[in-house]
Design a protein around this ligand. Structure first.
Ligand code: APR
Length: 228
């Protein structure tokens, strides 16, 4: 079976990483435009680096949970395209062989001047020079608001050819990812949502499994493995 899975911050919540829109979430403590936009970075690069240094440190200390590991198992038995909005590497450390990071990754650094990319150090600072062009325009390789998500040229075709689309732990408020279910559904692709609460685009899904990802995802994967 061809399956596309989209994950969001909810899948890493039980690994101890804060989601964005929960009452104690990242966007409660930080204004989105200050830390997640090109304009915010231009205004205060130190603040932005601090925010991502903090998140990089927390992600390095976190461990994958049973939901991440279950998706690695799913890839062994079905044709899985795993797309994540998350910038942590818990899918990789949970054993998933291929992960499409549509919003970038904390592990990456990007030169805003020449577009060079290289592995990010644990801590980044505004004065860091690009190893290619030497410009002091080094930023995290994260897709910010107002920027185009990565790998859409691979994601849309995978969705269109899928037998099943699943969204796990995402609030359905940020496009284009929030539009994947509607797009797939219009083409007749079965859509399922696994979430703790109701998402903003719940109506686009045929099925819903409510509960914590570390419980619901392994059970759902077990059912799909049993079908093979
Ligand atoms: N199991 C399953 N779902 C959970 C869990 C859990 N243990 N904990 C929280 N959730 C759900 C919440 O109910 C919510 O619907 O995960 C979702 C998290 O939503 P957001 O915080 O909005 O995160 P996400 O959807 O990934 O955000 C999308 O927005 O801020 C930007 O670029 C950032 O990639 C991010 C994008």
């Amino acid at each position: 079976m061809r399956i596309v899975v989209l994950t969001g911050a909810g899948i890493s919540a039980e690994s101890g990483l804060a989601t964005f829109r929960a009452s104690d979430g990242l966007w409660e403590d930080h204004r989105i435009e200050d830390v997640a936009s090109p304009e915010g970075f231009a205004a205060d690069p130190a603040l932005v680096h601090d925010f991502y240094n903090m998140r990089r440190t927390r992600a390095a200390q976190a461990q994958p949970n049973d939901a991440h590991r279950a998706l690695a198992r799913l890839a062994q038995v079905h044709d899985l395209t795993l797309v994540t909005q998350n910038v942590d590497d818990l899918h990789e450390r949970g054993g998933s062989p291929q992960v499409i990071h549509m919003h970038g990754a904390l592990s990456g650094a990007l030169c805003a001047a020449c577009d060079a990319r290289w592995p990010a150090p644990q801590l980044m600072y505004p004065g860091d020079a690009c190893p290619v062009c030497a410009a002091k325009a080094t930023r995290p390789d994260i897709v910010w608001f107002g920027e185009m998500p990565y790998h859409l040229d691979r994601i849309w075709p995978a969705l269109e050819q899928a037998d099943l689309f699943a969204a796990i732990g995402t609030s359905g408020q940020v496009y284009p990812a929030a539009g994947f279910a509607q797009h797939a559904s219009r083409l007749g692709v079965e859509c399922i949502e696994l979430n703790l609460d109701s998402s903003a685009n719940a109506r686009d899904f045929d099925h819903r499994i409510t509960g914590p990802a570390s419980v619901t995802v392994p059970a759902w994967v077990q059912g799909l493995v049993a079908q093979t």
